[in-house]
Design a protein around this ligand. Sequence first.
Ligand SMILES: Nc1nc2c(c(=O)[nH]1)N[C@H]1C(S)=C(S)[C@@H](COP(=O)(O)OP(=O)(O)OC[C@H]3O[C@@H](n4cnc5c(=O)[nH]c(N)nc54)[C@H](O)[C@@H]3O)O[C@H]1N2
Ligand SMILES: Nc1nc2c(c(=O)[nH]1)N[C@H]1C(S)=C(S)[C@@H](COP(=O)(O)OP(=O)(O)OC[C@H]3O[C@@H](n4cnc5c(=O)[nH]c(N)nc54)[C@H](O)[C@@H]3O)O[C@H]1N2
Ligand code: SF4
Ligand SMILES: [Mo]
Length: 665
Amino acid sequence: MASIVKSACPLNCWDSCGFQVTVENDKVIKVEGDPSHPITKGKICGRGRMLETRTNSPERILYPLKKVNGKFEQISWDQALDEIAYELKEIKKQYGSTAVLHSHDYANNGILKNLDQRFFNAYGGVTQLYGSLCWGAGIEAQKWDFGDAYAHEPEDVLNSKNIVIWGRNVARTNMHFYEKLREAKKKGAKLYVIDPLYNATAKVADEYISVKPGMDGLLAAGIIKEILHLGLEDREFIDHYSYGFEDLEKLIEGISIEKISEMTEVSVKKIKLLAKVFADKPTSTFMGLGLQRYKNGGNTIRLIDALAAVSGNIGIPGGGANYANLQVGQSFDVSNLALSERRSSHRGFSIMKQAEEVLAATDPEIKMIVVTCGNPLTQVPDSSIVEKAFSSVSKLVVIEQFMTDTAVLADYILPTTTSFEEDDLYYSSMYHHYVNYGPKLVSAPGEAKSDLWIWTQLAERLGFGEDFQESREQWLEMSLQSLAENGLTIDELKEKHTLELPVKKVPWNDYQFKTASGKFEFTSMNKGEEGQLTLAVPEESKWNNPLLAEKFPYNLLTIHPLRSNHSQNYHLYNKAPVLKVEVAENITVNKQLQEGDYVRVWNNRGEVKGYLSILPKAHPNTINIDEGIWKRFGGSVNNLTSSGESDNGLGSTLYDCLVNIEKVN
Ligand SMILES: Nc1nc2c(c(=O)[nH]1)N[C@H]1C(S)=C(S)[C@@H](COP(=O)(O)OP(=O)(O)OC[C@H]3O[C@@H](n4cnc5c(=O)[nH]c(N)nc54)[C@H](O)[C@@H]3O)O[C@H]1N2
Ligand SMILES: Nc1nc2c(c(=O)[nH]1)N[C@H]1C(S)=C(S)[C@@H](COP(=O)(O)OP(=O)(O)OC[C@H]3O[C@@H](n4cnc5c(=O)[nH]c(N)nc54)[C@H](O)[C@@H]3O)O[C@H]1N2
Ligand code: SF4
Ligand SMILES: [Mo]
């Protein structure tokens, strides 16, 4: 008999939806939305529904695999674990534990996925990644400005008079916010979308502002300039609650609105319009992550924060410089799981530059890479170097569900469970502040095991099994420890399936900022020279590198795909995906290209081939290729992207990328 059970989406996504899953004879039959979820209210996207296909897919890896003479052979768990544990022991003895690199990302939002940290700490401390390909530049930027990255609760947008969506592809990546926007519009709010691509959200906007990629910081400076010119700034906020405003004034004195208009390719009229919009409070700003994946990404977010501050939109209902909501993740006691005190040695590699760092490492060299919750061959920039690095180490261990491009290179593949095959709690620090519970619903196929089971088995073989004695229930309790005083317990969560976390709904409404000065910092007090705002432009631009811009005249964006979560869904489509090269109209005219042409996009790092599709109203000289495509479907766009780091060191430069294009036969 079929039963319908509540569960939750594990995917790395803004929305963190509640599910209703139909289960029959130990099999997931269907995944739908849970109508009783307070935010996601019964609606989910295709990626969520495809978790059924993902779980039941005949392509699942079912047994531990070992590469022997270039071919994978099925081996027993005992053999796999004994051999990997032996290698780990030997490596630690001969080279030290930092000869192991843990390469990971955040493919699964389950809190128990953090137990990988515990394993590697108890082992002695390995080489770990810092920074984030995803949102790193912006998070760091908001820490400099506010002291932390906090957003308003979802309902609060209904208090806005004006809503500015700045580089967030809401209709595609954040579906429940899209619904809120429509609701706010019905209540009379005006919607503005600033984006180089005329995306589905732009289509419902009252005004669409097309901007040259990477130039948003300058645009924000122009809007601030006009606000000051009209005397529309919030003097009360600036005088009492901010630090370093004079530096910002000085900075924008040196440039005219006309120059800003010329560089950003936004008309003076639109800059002036936006000044009025921001001054007509409350105006909320919702930044996406697209606009900070540039060399100048941190500075971009900081100038937009500055605009929200100058116009008096901080700490008020219906306002806010909304980017991420780290309050959500900070609610949990993740550190209880980590066992940090056991880490005796440590080395950090930048996540962006992990491949170069592997190739360059000495003292010690990297002898083993363990990959969890990530597909670096497809997702990490500058793929040819990533491939070289991941092929160069003597042992590559990949814990996976599918034969990804990364798994193909492995020496050992350990088959792991999907979210419906294990208990966990799920949340996202991106949008709403509810935590969801996802129980184990079905048995894992073949010999697939949870990540936690794998860590536990390896820990026993390495002599620290006592650090992994707890049950899943006990780990979950540990991670909720400090929430118990608010009545949030694992029993309560299991019963209700979703619980509201105690976060501030309108952050900074007391004007007590978590910065060194306690104020909003236009200039970051503790960062010396670096703490000053600048009018920086992208690394790969005609201003910074005219020769490069001549050879490669087009901006390449590589945004998130509609139907796949990164690289996770393409292989599950009914029809094999086709690599689409989306091109602004002016390029097709310049290069005499037509819809459907087979084209090559290239730069000094590599090339990608696919079929041309014209992007109506896209910003001139802009191309997009969605990210996440496996080799077997045409290959990753990261063949073209650079492994640079943002100005503040913690973000990627994935969209700071110039290319050329031509037709091929
Ligand atoms: N369907 C789907 N949804 C997803 C994901 C997915 O893979 N697929 N991934 C999830 C994850 S991990 C993340 S991080 C989020 C990301 O969510 P978003 O931030 O919404 O998505 P991105 O694709 O990063 O890009 C967002 C927008 O930035 C714009 N953009 C690019 N460069 C610039 C610029 O210089 N200026 C301005 N103003 N705009 C720019 C792009 O045109 C795009 O419209 O989405 C989550 N949701
Ligand atoms: N060019 C370009 N590159 C990008 C981006 C972009 O916009 N453009 N976006 C960046 C962003 S925002 C992000 S967040 C990253 C995402 O980068 P990744 O997290 O590496 O991307 P995913 O495709 O989600 O790959 C995750 C892998 O983890 C596996 N997996 C899923 N669940 C589990 C689990 O429970 N355990 C284990 N062990 N494995 C599991 C999946 O099968 C999948 O193969 O990509 C970044 N790369
Ligand atoms: S991928 Fe995002 S929008 Fe889709 S079901 Fe999961 S949480 Fe919801
Ligand atoms: Mo992301």
